[in-house]
Design a binder for this molecule. Structure first.
Ligand SMILES: [Zn+2]
Length: 44
């Protein structure tokens, strides 16, 4: 059993995320999540 399999992959870069595989919807790693936040924060 591997702990790595407990986590979902990032939908953008395929890195492991902090979310469980059972997490619904798109899962993002901390890096991509931060980048998404920056993107929406900079709109306008
Ligand atoms: Zn990512």
């Amino acid at each position: 059993m591997s702990d790595e399999d407990e986590y979902a992959e990032c939908v953008l870069c395929r890195e492991p995320t902090e979310y469980p595989r059972a997490q619904k919807g798109s899962t993002l790693c901390p890096v991509c999540e931060w980048q998404e936040g920056q993107r929406s924060a900079c709109s306008g």
